[in-house]
Write a protein that binds this ligand. Sequence first.
Ligand code: ZN
Ligand code: ZN
Length: 398
Amino acid sequence: MAPTSSPKKEKRDYYDVLGIPRSASADEIKRAFRQMAKKYHPDLNPNNKEAEEKFKEVNEAHDVLSDPSKRERYDQFGFAGVDPSHGMDGSGFGGFDADDMFGFGDIFSSFFGGGRRGGRRGGRPQHRQGSDVEMDLQLEFEEAVFGVEKEIPVRRRVPDDVCNGTGAEPGTKPETCSTCGGSGQVARTTRTPFGIMQQITGCSACNGRGQTIKKKCAHCKGTGVVTEIDKISLKIPPGFPDEGVVIPVEGKGNMEEAGSIPGDLRLNVTVATNPVFTRDGKHLVRELAVDYLQLLLGDEVSVATLDGKSVKMRVPAGTKPGTMLRIEGHGVPVFRDKLNRRGDLFLSLTVDVPKVKEMDAGERQSYEDLARKYLDRIHEKFARQEREIQAQQEEKRR
Ligand SMILES: [Zn+2]
Ligand SMILES: [Zn+2]
């Protein structure tokens, strides 16, 4: 399905804009920016629309690529990563392919950059545009990671079908207002010391509509508008960014007049947390509690993943608590990645100390045997370590 909005302007990749490779250093970015900015500077290109656009483009690219955290998000999520709120005015999500991403091209076309605001509004100014509907949408943690298709109910105002949005009872028609003759405006003439003044005001008899309704439509009480619950199909792609994304859904806002252009629906997306897994972009992190014996001697363990699978992995002997172990490819699918790559799952190791109360007599005995055998050596090592630190601090305090 092709997007239905006005011809969309493809947003160019920021690296292409500056003519640098993706591996460019901060210095290279700065140099390329200076060169390009000079070339397209409005002072040097008066009345050159193309140069003006290029200059804006160059500035935007520099703004993102010169900021390490923005650059990282851009590398990972594209335009959606750097300023999702931009999507609201149709410029932030440029370059997305609607079909690719959501499969609901008509609904999402504005998500991908057509300057709908400018385009449609500017293109057909004779129609009033309906107001936007804003809604919060909370995704489950797994929904954002793996993607989901869902139907969401949206409350929006639309023209009443019963009276075709006229507000007049079916079978009757709104009549031309006799006060203003249908213009919706009346001229008032007043005599002042400076002469005769004429003032144009809205007609109060018809509220400026130019028409009066004798018999009001019972369904909409004469307003011509009803509130309906519309089901919107939404396809969230895997690896959906988990912070601050606003999805503009074109044409699913309010439509207060028959024949007018509906406003947009804006979904403020938040993502719920998971009690075990946390997300860091394309990577997942979870804590893995192991027994101290497993750390000490090493072990092979089966670890649960977010997919609900179990993955075997080796804890090497002598691993320290706090160590991060990596399970490749069990993280978050990379957003919009044609190669279907996934991030990694990181396991942050913590140590479980055995509880004496839960030990049977034999187990407790073996720990006590160990202690008897090695505690002296352990104490010595501990004391040596603390003496060193103490001596260092004592030295510094002199
Ligand atoms: Zn009137
Ligand atoms: Zn009605």
